[in-house]
Each structure stands twice: as structure tokens, then as C-alpha cells.
Design a protein around this ligand. Structure first.
Ligand SMILES: Nc1ncnc2c1ncn2[C@@H]1O[C@H](COP(=O)(O)OP(=O)(O)OP(=O)(O)O)[C@@H](O)[C@H]1O
Ligand SMILES: [Mg+2]
Length: 343
């Protein structure tokens, strides 16, 4: 039974009950003999029922409506009152309950966002502080006299310059992510060979891979060229970030393998797999957040700002493609993404 029907049924029942009571009282007061006049009684019942019902409707429509309107104005500020406030009590209670649960979930979402924001600012401060202090202390040491010491001055300047490069990278990543998020970074889709792009990325990161003796492998189902349609520069950034991670979080003497496979007639999938440190289940959902790093300790070995995967996710989302992650702690990880084939 709908709540509207329920309240109408209740109003009629109460009106009927009251009118029967009134009629009985009236008959007993006005009766001159002891004979019960059924017709007279029915007439009085019907008349009083109509009067009470009309009064009940008028009361709820005008009096209660205005009262509820006042209350609703306070608790449902953004709603069009004339449309949303109902004279039906059950509907109003439902409406307020809905509003209450909506407010509760909004509040818990706000609390979550606030803790993300705090963590985000903390991470940002930490990431900026480290290279900033490094460059500052090396420059001050040089100013204090180390500039004249030929055995160290070049090394100190190089270290300061590297720290500034790191700062520059953070600012560039932040700038890029802000642009992507606000929709200012448009995609420039072109036709290109994804295998050639992967080889270029491998060449670029060969030095850091060699430092850990990590072998860079590429496998593909089809013969090159594997032509795709996407923003070449951005996809290069995606592959660079994923390969960079696979080396950074890879084990000494390990491997990074990229496999390019057909997914459908229109799409291919690029899988970047490593046999590195892997991820624990609780970190899966968070690694694509800005500045999120699994190892938050100051002594962490692998440097980074935690922006890489957030940028990767944004780029893949902007292409309307998908990114997946599979990982086993202590065994390795696989990051894969889809990309549109060129026709
Ligand atoms: N292949 C991987 N294996 C294990 N953990 C990974 C891997 N890739 C990413 N992670 C985890 O996810 C976190 C976020 O990665 P992300 O690339 O966003 O940041 P970063 O590598 O720390 O810094 P940046 O890429 O900005 O220099 C990393 O700190 C790391 O803990
Ligand atoms: Mg990274």
C-alpha cells in the first residue's frame, strides 16, 4: 500500500469513527423517545463525516503544509519547496530520511577527501623539501668556500643541479596532472608504431636498467609495425612511467617484459610485467592516487613523487581506454592497458 493511500485511508477511518461517535452523542441528547432512528443516525453520520473529512483535508493542506514548508526550508535548502513539500506525512518523512542518508554519505565522503588532502599536502611538502634542502645545502657549502676546492666543486654543483631537476620534474608532473584533470590537455591522436615507441623507451631507460642488471624484453603477436591511433607523446609517457616503475621496484638481475597482444579487432593490449617487489592487496586501490607511495619512509631507496601512476591513469582515461593491475607481493606486478588499433 502506498504511503499516500495509507494516510488517506487513515484520515477517512478516523473521520468515520469520530462522526459515528458524534452522531451517537447527538442522537442520545436530542432523542425524545427511546426509539433508534436509523435514517436520522445515518444522515448525521454522513454529514459529520463529510464535514470532518473536509476539515481534515483543509487542515493538512493549509495548516500543516505551511508548517512543513517552514521546516523544509531549513533542512532542504536547495530544493524547490513548492514542488517537493508534500502534505503527506509519510512522504515527507521519507524525503527527510533520504536527505539525512544523503547528508551522511556526503559527510563521510568529505571526511575521506579531507584526509586525502592532508596526506597529499604532507607528501607534496616532503617531496619538495628533500630536493630543495639538498640543493640549498650544496650551494651554501659552495658559497662557504667549497667553490675554490676543485676536487669537490663540480660534484657539488652537479648534485645541486640534479636536485633542482627533480624539483622541476615534480612541478612539471603537477602541471600536467592539473591540466589533464581540468580538461586543458587535449589529445593529439596520430597513427604510430607502438613497438618502435617501446623500443625508444627501452633505449632511454637502458642505463637505469643496467644499473640493476634488469633485462628489458619485448614480445609481440603481430609483426611490426603495430600501428595504433593515440596521442604518441602521452602514450610514450605512460610506457616510460610503467617501465621506470618496473625497474625501480624490480629486483636486481630481474626482468621487465612488455608483451603486445591483440585484444579485439579494434584494440590491442600492452602488458608491462616485472618480477620485482610486488604489491600488497591493500595498496592496489591507492597506487593511482596522486602522491601515493607504498613506502612512505624517509629512508626509502627508490626515489619518486608518487605522481607517475596518477598521470598514467589520467592519460589512459582521457583516451577512453582501460588500465589493469595484477600483482603478488614478493613475486612481481603486471600493469596492462588497452589502446586503439589504427584502421
Ligand atoms: N611495478 C611496481 N612494482 C611494485 N610497486 C609498484 C610498481 N609500480 C608502482 N608501484 C608502487 O606504486 C607507488 C606509486 O607509483 P608511482 O609511479 O605513481 O610513483 P613513484 O614511482 O613512487 O614516483 P614517480 O613515478 O612520480 O617518480 C610506488 O611508490 C610503488 O610503491
Ligand atoms: Mg613511478
Amino acid at each position: 500500500m502506498s504511503s499516500k493511500f495509507k494516510s488517506r485511508f487513515l484520515l477517512i477511518s478516523i473521520s468515520l469513527l469520530v462522526s459515528i461517535v458524534i452522531s451517537l452523542i447527538f442522537i442520545s441528547i436530542s432523542g425524545t423517545n427511546n426509539e433508534f432512528n436509523f435514517y436520522k443516525f445515518s444522515l448525521i453520520v454522513i454529514l459529520s463525516l463529510i464535514i470532518i473529512y473536509i476539515f481534515g483535508v483543509i487542515y493538512t493542506r493549509f495548516f500543516l503544509y505551511n508548517k512543513l514548508k517552514e521546516i523544509s526550508k531549513d533542512i532542504l535548502p536547495s530544493k524547490d519547496i513548492s514542488q517537493t513539500v508534500t502534505t503527506n506525512m509519510d512522504d515527507l518523512v521519507d524525503e527527510i530520511k533520504d536527505y539525512d542518508s544523503q547528508m551522511k554519505s556526503e559527510f563521510s565522503e568529505m571526511k575521506k577527501q579531507e584526509s586525502f588532502r592532508r596526506e597529499f599536502i604532507g607528501n607534496l611538502a616532503h617531496e619538495i623539501k628533500t630536493p630543495l634542502f639538498t640543493s640549498q645545502s650544496y650551494l651554501l657549502t659552495l658559497l662557504d668556500g667549497a667553490l675554490d676546492d676543485k676536487s669537490v666543486n663540480k660534484k657539488y654543483l652537479k648534485t645541486a643541479s640534479k636536485a633542482i631537476d627533480r624539483l622541476n620534474l615534480i612541478v612539471k608532473d603537477l602541471d600536467l596532472i592539473t591540466k589533464i584533470e581540468s580538461g586543458q590537455s587535449n589529445l593529439n591522436s596520430v597513427k604510430f608504431d607502438v613497438i618502435e615507441l617501446i623500443q625508444n623507451v627501452y633505449e632511454m631507460l637502458d642505463f637505469s636498467a643496467k644499473k640493476k642488471n634488469i633485462e628489458l624484453i619485448i614480445e609481440h603477436e603481430n609483426n611490426p609495425p603495430e600501428l595504433v591511433m593515440a596521442d604518441k607523446e602521452k602514450i610514450e609517457q605512460v610506457i616510460t612511467n610503467l617501465v621506470d616503475n618496473s625497474i625501480k621496484y624490480g629486483k636486481e638481475n630481474g626482468t621487465t617484459e612488455i608483451v603486445v597482444q591483440n585484444l579485439t579487432d579494434e584494440k590491442i593490449i600492452v602488458r608491462v610485467t616485472d618480477n620485482g617487489i610486488g604489491l600488497k592487496d591493500e595498496n592496489y586501490t591507492r597506487i593511482f592516487e596522486r602522491f601515493y607511495r607504498v613506502d612512505k619512509s624517509g629512508s626509502r631507496t627508490a626515489g619518486g613523487s608518487g605522481l607517475g601512476l596518477a598521470i598514467v591513469k589520467h592519460i589512459i582515461d582521457a583516451h577512453d581506454e582501460k588500465i589493469y593491475v595484477e600483482s603478488e607481493y614478493g613475486v612481481g606486478s603486471e600493469f596492462s592497458f588497452t589502446i586503439e588499433k589504427s584502421k
